[in-house]
Design a protein around this ligand. Structure first.
Ligand code: SF4
Length: 340
């Protein structure tokens, strides 16, 4: 049995949700990989294991690798509770394998990652103790932490603390339906817009599209991040098609176009800032709210009625906030897209 080193200290593992027996093996039905696991095998995410006689178990339940109070702009969420802090939790494991991953040690459950066990009440208790108005599940892929996410969200909703997902969107329809009532807002990575590019990254485009659409249909606040990576997703026709698809959604989500930096095994130089600007111009032909990410300079949200500055940000700080408490432009009183 291969259990990632940092997870070995657990005495027992919580039974996973979303699996079934198939002969001597089990099939995990949480994400579109639907891994078939013989006894002792872990799934592609590295954190769900078939324990003989016990079925599918979650190795990462309650195991925290990262915990920080972040500005919400760092998630990034630009139109939801701007200028607030968000208590952010991460574990280990990921359902994709992007060669440029910025958090690859967490994704791979690297032995050097220290892990601490917490109970599902702790996100809510810590958020309350430190006055955090919301909690994020982020850093690694939180959907592979499904059972802990759900249990934590039960306590968060008791405390009326909204939960945020920062995710690759790789989840099957039924488990997403189960999670949906617990999530207030999400930032979903849309890493490319061809099935081929997604296959190369170990994901599935149609699933990610369905996740974005389902969240929006359920009235959740959704922002989308597109990391522009040389030799991965630079083709302008595919990007244009992506912006057209996003624009067809109701409401069209906020789009962040972020600069990549070399990491893991991807050695292409960092995306030039002018390339980000070029893609920003293309996206703005169809989408109302487009922001550059990981580049210097002020980021402004303007009122679409009077042009006044609703929000002025620098890096992760909000320098000006001209949105009234009922979500209107302070200059002309027209409705703003900002949720306070
Ligand atoms: S969640 Fe993990 S084990 Fe389950 S199907 Fe996806 S990659 Fe496989």
């Amino acid at each position: 049995m291969i259990i990632p080193a940092g997870l070995i200290s657990q005495k027992s593992f919580r039974e996973a949700d979303w699996w079934r027996r198939e002969g001597d093996g089990v099939r995990c039905t949480l994400c579109p990989h639907v891994c078939f696991l013989s006894p002792g095998e872990t799934g592609r995410c590295g954190v769900r294991i078939h324990m003989e006689g016990e079925g599918l178990r979650s190795l990462s339940y309650g195991m925290v690798s990262s915990l920080a109070m972040d500005p919400i702009e760092k998630k990034p969420l630009y139109h939801w509770k701007p200028g607030t802090r968000i208590l952010s939790f991460g574990s280990v494991g990921c359902s994709m394998r992007c060669p440029f991953c910025q958090n690859w040690k967490l994704a791979e459950c690297a032995p050097s990652v220290p892990l601490r066990r917490i109970s599902p009440e702790e996100p809510a208790l810590l958020a309350q103790r430190h006055g955090a108005p919301s909690v994020a599940f982020t850093y690694n892929e939180p959907l592979t932490w499904f059972e802990f996410l759900l249990d934590s969200c039960t306590f968060l909703s008791e405390f009326k603390i909204p939960a945020v997902l920062v995710s690759n969107g790789m989840i099957n329809a039924d488990p997403l339906d189960q999670l949906l009532p617990q999530v207030a807002a999400a930032n979903i990575d849309l890493k490319a817009f061809t099935a081929e590019a997604y296959r190369f990254l170990g994901g599935e485009l149609e699933t990610v599209k369905r996740t974005i659409q389902t969240l929006l249909n359920a009235g959740k606040h959704v922002e989308v991040t597109f990391l522009l990576v040389p030799r991965i997703n630079e083709e302008i026709p595919a990007f244009t098609e992506m912006t057209a698809w996003l624009a067809s959604l109701d409401p069209a989500p906020v789009l962040h176009i972020s600069r990549y930096f070399p990491n893991r095994e991807w050695r292409e130089p960092a995306t030039p800032p002018e390339r980000i600007r070029e893609f920003e111009v293309i996206a703005k032909e169809r989408l109302p709210w487009v922001y550059p990410g990981n580049i210097d300079g002020d980021i402004v949200t303007r009122c679409r009625n009077c042009g006044g500055v609703l929000l002025l940000r620098h890096r992760y700080s909000v320098l000006q906030n001209n949105v009234t408490s009922d979500g209107r432009c302070a200059f002309c009183s027209s409705p703003s897209p900002i949720i306070l």
